[in-house]
Each structure stands twice: as C-alpha cells, then as structure tokens.
Design a protein around this ligand. Structure first.
Ligand code: SF4
Length: 107
C-alpha cells in the first residue's frame, strides 16, 4: 500500500468511526430525553397531544389530511422510533403518533 493510499485509508477510517460515534450519541441522547407532557405549558399552548387521532380535524389550521409527528417537517431522530426529538420542543421527545398546531408537511 502506498503512503498516499495508507493516509487516505486512515482518513476514511477515522471519518467512519467519528460518524458511528455521532450516530450512537444522537440515539443515546434521544433515549435519555424526557417525554413531553401534554400538560406542559408550552405543549398546551401548541395543543400538543400524544395521539393525533384525538384532534378535531376541523380545528386544525393546516388542511393536510394526514397529520402526525412522524410526517411533520420538524420531527428529528430516526423513522420508526416511538419517541423522537422535535425542533419546537428542545430537550424533550414527542410521540411519533402525536400532533401539535405547528405541524408542517415535509418537503
Ligand atoms: Fe409533532 Fe411537528 Fe408539533 Fe413537533 S412540530 S410536536 S413533530 S406536529
């Protein structure tokens, strides 16, 4: 292996290892975050609920038919996780089946 190839191999290995560590740390952070309570003052102000099916469709300002946290543009984390971070409620996780009045469609 030439010096250049070895250097490139080491750089790629380091970048891959760093990426794995960041992913693991992101997953651990979401798992450690408290769940957003429906009676949290900020959650109440945004009409957050853990179950989007309980929301009166006529009361929503956005007309899109399918609205729940997992298809909202502001959700973070990984698809398939039950509780995920949300940009609107930093430091807490929301239910993937939840909803709030800030819901916005993914682009
Ligand atoms: Fe759910 Fe989107 Fe509201 Fe966050 S902003 S709680 S992901 S509907």
């Amino acid at each position: 292996m030439s010096k250049i190839a070895r250097r490139k191999f080491i750089q790629l290995s380091a970048a891959t290892a760093a990426g794995c560590l960041m992913q693991t740390s992101r997953e651990a952070m979401a798992a450690d975050m408290p769940k957003l309570a429906e009676d949290d003052p900020m959650a109440s102000a945004m009409r957050y609920t853990h179950d989007a099916s309980t929301v009166d469709v006529a009361s929503r300002t956005n007309p899109a038919a399918e609205q729940h946290c997992s298809n909202c543009a502001l959700i973070q984390g990984e698809d398939g996780e039950e509780w995920r971070p949300c940009q609107i409620f930093p430091g807490k996780v929301v239910n993937a089946n939840g909803w709030c009045s800030v819901w916005a469609p993914k682009a």
